[in-house]
Design a protein around this ligand. Structure first.
Ligand SMILES: C[S@@+](CC[C@H](N)C(=O)[O-])C[C@H]1O[C@@H](n2cnc3c(N)ncnc32)[C@H](O)[C@@H]1O
Length: 234
């Protein structure tokens, strides 16, 4: 695994992508970032548990998580200062500024220390962020290290889109690439191999109709092992 830190340019790129998009982000993304509320429901956070959303964007999810789990401690990390401006505004509008701590930084470097904390997190959530994080393996390993022994990782992201047909999938991929989004099919396929395709309700993997999106939950040990194994599509 690369020991290089992500280039500073990635933060600048994210700012470029989102400096205008952030104003329409929540309104537009609700029509195509499916599965986020399912992930939030399945978090089942207990009072006092600590969650970090990695690539928290506008804090759309953190606002919902804060409302659903009023006694959880919440943290948000993002590489884009522009998105964090929107996140801070959303939290203030929702009266939640005191409940959620936001930090500018890279997923690949996640640790409680980034938030000035020593205690590990209980959950790390990646909602449509692994498809934008350049070194997703390193981000999963960092998240694993930032979690308590019983901690878990929750992912929702684009699937392999095969149910949309060749033309549909290729159009959507082309459009997503304009925003520097790359569906991580290698994660979905690797997890499918590990779970033997079991995507029943409550299972570690859930794949949406048309294989548009997937949800994956795993322990810190599983996430670290998965990220360090060669899961490349062959
Ligand atoms: C598609 S948005 C998802 C936002 C939010 N999680 C949601 O579900 O609406 C992806 C976010 O990941 C952030 N991001 C991309 N690469 C990152 C990295 N290496 N470290 C931290 N955040 C990153 C982007 O700035 C952006 O805010």
């Amino acid at each position: 695994m690369s020991r290089e830190l992500p280039a500073k340019d990635h933060a600048a790129l994210m700012d470029l992508v989102y400096r205008r998009q952030r104003y329409v982000y929540d309104l537009t993304r609700k029509y195509y970032l499916f599965g986020r509320d399912r992930l939030i429901r399945e978090l089942a956070l207990k009072p006092g548990e600590r969650l970090v959303e990695v690539g928290c964007g506008t804090a759309r999810n953190l606002v919902r998580i804060a409302r659903l789990y009023p006694d959880a401690e919440l943290f948000g990390l993002d590489a884009s200062q522009e998105m964090l401006k929107s996140a801070a505004e959303s939290l203030a509008r929702a009266g939640l500024s005191d409940r959620v701590r936001l930090v500018h930084g890279y997923a690949e470097n996640l640790s409680p220390a980034l938030f000035g904390e020593e205690r590990p997190f209980d959950r790390a959530a990646f909602s449509y962020s692994l498809s934008m994080i350049p070194d997703w393996r390193r981000a999963l390993v960092a998240a694993g290290s930032a979690l308590s022994k019983t901690g878990s990782i929750h992912v929702v992201d684009f699937g392999d889109l095969t149910g949309l047909g060749r033309v549909g999938a290729s159009c959507l991929r082309g459009w997503l690439s304009l925003f520097h989004v790359e569906p991580r099919v290698e994660i979905l396929h690797g997890v499918e191999r590990q779970t033997a395709g079991n995507s029943a309700d409550g299972a570690a993997l859930w794949v949406s109709p048309a294989r548009y999106a997937f949800l994956w939950k795993c322990s810190k040990v599983e996430a670290e092992a998965f990220a360090l194994t060669d899961v490349a599509d062959r």
